[in-house]
Write a protein that binds this ligand. Structure first.
Ligand SMILES: [Fe+2]
Length: 521
């Protein structure tokens, strides 16, 4: 991976305006199998641009051995590609596993588009995508799903088949898109037997996951906004500190860089995620995923990265890498204000961005459970040290920023815990009478194993800011925003190990504008 930065950006960012090409420019290559077997995707939308993605693949889901391939892309307002057709060419670089990222500029705000790719004689499936409303302009509605944790071996992606019927404007994916683990014997569907560590192994793992038809169809249905958690690299890793599962590698920074590159290659991310302080994808280099985007005057979405810049978890078992539950009374680091989950630069960016946030809704989409969660019923306390509880002073800095900047209608969205948790965001979680600042919806997994609801009532009683918890069901949440109200529906699949699973509603909550109170409807 000794690419220099300029070369990488040339490869990664095939930005193109309207451009007609002679057919010969993109039709010379011949494929043994459908090169678009991983489907298409779009993402990172703003009011005037969106990223279109595909990755060309060889037969049997193997990487192509060819050099760089030129691809044609088309985008139009109708599925027949006649109205307002835009087109151009992009490079599918061999060095980036023949991934294609096209950032189309100059689009109309608040509008749906269709897009497709062509390579050789092959034409990709057609995807749909959209732009958001221009900042400050009127916007009446936004429908989003939030999803996370899609362990291949733990079930089928029926959740995505049902998500297709939700008429969404965008999907927020909040981490654990792949799991790096090797295969296990009791899997619903299997993966290769060993943990993925190298660039080619991460690529193959993404190709396996992205071969799923339900997942592909949902990617083709609307733009996705992406962040990652730990399993895109290694369970429980923290910044440049390794995690706790699978082989110990000699150079964790190199493993992380390989995983980050494979992530970029398989996601509809704009090339600028690569730009900060990078000499190619050098070991330990940043990949900047965090950012914010507005949908008119209705909402601002903030997408955070709480994995890449964090301090290691405090007071882990025997000091080994990884997460555990901790009694804070025994942990001298627990309330150390120097520790961060977001890193100093992202914390500063977020506070500044919130200060300029929407007068409507402010959705803070991040990886994990936000609210305080004492897992020990009765006297004494035990907290997970991997989520915000393990970085409580950093959480207080964020709730302080929400108050200092009088942020309108904050909504925290999360994942990671393989369970639905719904609650109120408190100015001081240790004082139930402190101000309620907003609401939180931490979503369950698409497939990854959850837990039992036994004794959950006692945990809920211990943490009265939460109003619902459920560990037993897999699925996703749908958030509908209007100027007056937020409505969140928790959708769960009836049987995650059946490819034809149904879907049902676990609960629906409404929150009125200006009043951060969860009402069950
Ligand atoms: Fe997970």
């Amino acid at each position: 991976m000794a690419m220099d930065r300029r070369r990488l950006l040339q490869l990664a960012g095939s930005v193109a305006g309207t451009l007609w090409l002679p057919r010969s420019a993109w039709s010379q290559v011949r494929f043994d199998a459908d090169p678009f077997a991983l489907g298409v995707a779009s993402g990172s939308p703003t009011h005037d641009t969106v990223v279109l993605w595909t990755r060309l693949l060889g037969a049997d889901a193997q990487a192509l051995t060819a050099g760089d391939i030129t691809v044609r892309w088309e985008m139009a307002q109708d599925a027949q590609f006649t109205q307002g057709l835009r087109s151009g060419q992009a490079t599918a670089p061999a060095e980036l596993a023949h991934a294609v990222h096209v950032e189309v500029p100059g689009l109309e705000p608040d509008r749906w588009y269709h897009y497709r790719f062509m390579a050789g004689d092959a034409v990709s499936p057609t995807g749909r995508t959209r732009t958001f409303a221009a900042p400050g302009t009127p916007a009446r509605k936004l429908r989003l799903a939030y999803a996370s944790c899609q362990h291949w071996e733990h079930g089928y992606y029926s959740a995505y088949r049902h998500m297709l019927d939700e008429h969404l404007d965008a999907v927020l994916f909040l981490g654990d898109y792949i799991y790096e683990y090797g295969g296990s014997r009791d899997a619903v569907r299997t993966v290769a037997s060993h943990s993925v560590v190298t660039l080619d192994e991460y690529r193959a793992r993404y190709a396996l996951y992205k071969g799923d038809a339900d997942l592909q169809h949902m990617h083709a249905a609307c733009p996705w906004l992406m962040t990652w958690d730990d399993h895109e690299v290694q369970n429980d890793y923290a910044g440049l500190s390794p995690g706790s599962h699978g082989p110990v590698v000699a150079d964790f920074a190199a493993r992380r860089a390989a995983a980050y590159q494979a992530y970029y290659e398989h996601m509809p991310l704009r090339a600028s995620v690569l730009t900060r302080a990078m000499a190619g994808l050098a070991q330990g280099a940043e990949m900047r995923l965090y950012g914010s985007v507005a949908h008119g005057d209705l909402a601002t979405l903030y997408l955070l990265d709480d994995r890449q810049y964090r301090d290691p978890q405090a007071c882990t078992k025997d000091g080994a890498p990884g997460s555990s539950t901790v009694d804070p009374a025994t942990c001298s680091l627990w309330n150390d204000p120097r520790r961060t989950l977001l890193g100093a630069a992202q914390e500063r960016w977020l506070a500044d961005a919130l200060a300029r946030g929407s007068h409507g809704w402010n959705l803070i989409a991040q990886q994990t459970l936000f609210g305080l969660r004492d897992l020990k019923p009765g006297p004494g306390q035990r907290f997970s040290n991997d989520g915000w509880d393990g970085y409580a002073p950093a959480r207080t800095r964020l709730t302080d920023a929400l108050q200092r900047h009088a942020v309108a209608n904050p909504v925290l969205l999360g994942g990671d815990v393989h369970a639905n948790w719904v609650g109120h965001v408190k100015a001081d979680y240790t004082r139930p009478n402190s101000a309620t600042l907003g609401v939180e919806f931490c979503g369950t997994s698409i497939t990854s194993h959850g837990g039992s609801n036994d004794k959950l009532d006692r945990v809920l009683a211990e943490n009265p800011h939460f109003v619902l918890a459920d560990r037993e069901r897999r699925g996703y949440g749908v958030v509908e925003l209007t100027p007056r109200q937020l409505t969140t529906t928790l959708r769960t699949v009836t049987d995650v190990i059946r490819p034809d699973s149904g879907v049902e509603t676990l609960a629906t909550f409404a929150v009125r504008q200006g009043r951060p109170v969860l009402e069950r409807v």
